[in-house]
Design a protein. Structure first.
Ligand code: ADP
Ligand code: MG
Length: 384
């Protein structure tokens, strides 16, 4: 067998979809661009977003006002169409459907919850919940009211079923909207700021209903401004100016500014390695740092000099770097780097996101905060 070369990572940019989204996602957004025509000219609200959502996930989408959250949600619901890119839900290519097939497909497969409820004001709560079943001709007409009543009961509103939306509170209207979203028992719920217009107590109760639905197997995508609610979902996507911040970057460096996170997102390039291969040591050669995104790699001294762990201060013979671990040249003194090797364990695969040394050094020279943040997050610290 050939000796593995020291710098044989295979660079693959731009990242293909199946690398960003392994397995079988329920919802796939591939390279979505959305351009709006405005009097001031064209405006790109989404600049090539690739994302996926898996069955049974509860995912939050966060970002400043105007970052493109609603535009993104509207791509999945088909309320709006991408300028380019692909939206696929299971086997349906949403962006290719015409309006009438779209509204039937949507009515059966998606429950949509909006910030301002959007109940029909002249219909009772019960009638509002029956409406989607009538529209999509789901369930026998004789069973629809009973089903709607069951859903109102689930959200705690059965006593109010014959009231008009104006006769109940905002929180109750939103609970009704959730019941309506569930009318046709869709597998997916898309909610755009569902708690944005509610006080914290009613927000909590709507969030509680979502949590229960996820436990029952629904897939929920919730756009929100509320960071504390977002933290309680399974996964958070962070949008900044129409672009998604790399999830690992957002997770590893939550204290960086959005602009810095986005810069790292752009500069980190995926590289794959196979069992037995050696990775370049950050600072030695062209690589400045890497973030493990999949698999594992062992950092170990080639001479008998132990490594100290940054987190525990422990002295180790070797350190196993796992997904989410970050290693930069700042964590490895020059004199020590030469004594270490980074090797992928036999029989396994590794993917890292790595950044070039000169690029990283220049960027860090511009800001002491960046330097400190990136150094502090090092999985090990073998610098003097
Ligand atoms: P968010 O939901 O994150 O607050 P949006 O997705 O609503 O943001 O909007 C993203 C950007 O796109 C904003 O700058 C907004 O002004 C712009 N935008 C959204 N819809 C339209 C439209 N129909 N025409 C022109 N610009 C739009
Ligand atoms: Mg919005």
């Amino acid at each position: 067998m050939a000796t593995p070369s020291r710098y044989s990572g295979i660079s693959a940019a731009p990242q293909p979809f199946n690398q960003v989204c392994p397995g079988e996602p329920l919802i796939r957004l591939e390279n979505i661009v959305k351009t709006f025509k405005t009097p001031a000219g064209e405006f790109q609200a989404l600049k090539g977003v690739t994302a996926c959502f898996y069955r049974g996930e509860f995912v939050s989408v966060v970002g400043k006002s105007g970052s493109g959250k609603s535009t993104l949600a509207n791509m999945i619901t088909g309320i709006d169409h991408p300028t380019s890119g692909i939206v696929r839900v299971e086997d349906t290519l949403i962006h290719t459907l015409d309006e009438s097939s779209m509204s039937i497909w949507r009515g059966r497969n998606l429950g949509i919850v909006f910030q301002f409820f959007q109940l029909l004001p002249m219909l009772s709560l019960l009638e509002n919940v029956v409406l989607p079943m009538d529209f999509c001709n789901m369930y026998h007409p004789d069973q629809r009211e009973e089903r709607a009543m069951g859903l109102l009961q689930m959200v705690g509103l059965e006593e109010f079923s014959d009231k008009l939306p104006t006769e109940i509170s905002g929180g109750q209207q939103q609970s009704t909207a959730v019941a309506r979203a569930l009318a046709n028992d869709p597998p997916i719920i898309i909610a755009d700021e569902p708690t944005g217009n509610l006080d914290s107590r009613t927000a909590e109760s709507v969030f509680g209903i979502f949590t229960t639905l996820v436990q029952q197997g629904k897939t929920i995508i919730m756009v929100t401004h509320d960071a504390s609610l977002a933290r309680r979902t399974g996964r958070t996507l962070l949008l900044s100016d129409g672009e998604l911040i790399n999830e690992r970057v957002a997770h590893t460096f939550p204290d960086l500014s959005l602009k810095d996170m986005l810069w790292l997102t752009h500069q980190l390039k995926p590289q794959q390695f196979t069992g037995g291969q050696l990775l370049p040591i950050p600072g030695e050669g062209h690589t400045g740092a890497f973030l493990v995104s999949d698999g594992e790699v062992l950092l170990r001294p080639v001479q008998k000099q132990p490594i100290s762990s940054a987190s525990s201060g422990q002295v180790l013979d070797q350190r196993r770097l796992l997904p989410g671990d970050w290693l930069s040249y700042l964590n490895l003194a020059d004199s020590r780097a030469a004594d270490m090797e980074l090797r992928v364990p036999d029989g396994s695969l590794l993917e890292v996101l790595s950044i070039e040394l000169p690029l990283l050094q220049h960027w860090l020279s511009e800001s002491e905060t960046r330097r400190q943040t990136l150094q502090a997050k090092g999985a090990i610290n073998a610098a003097p």
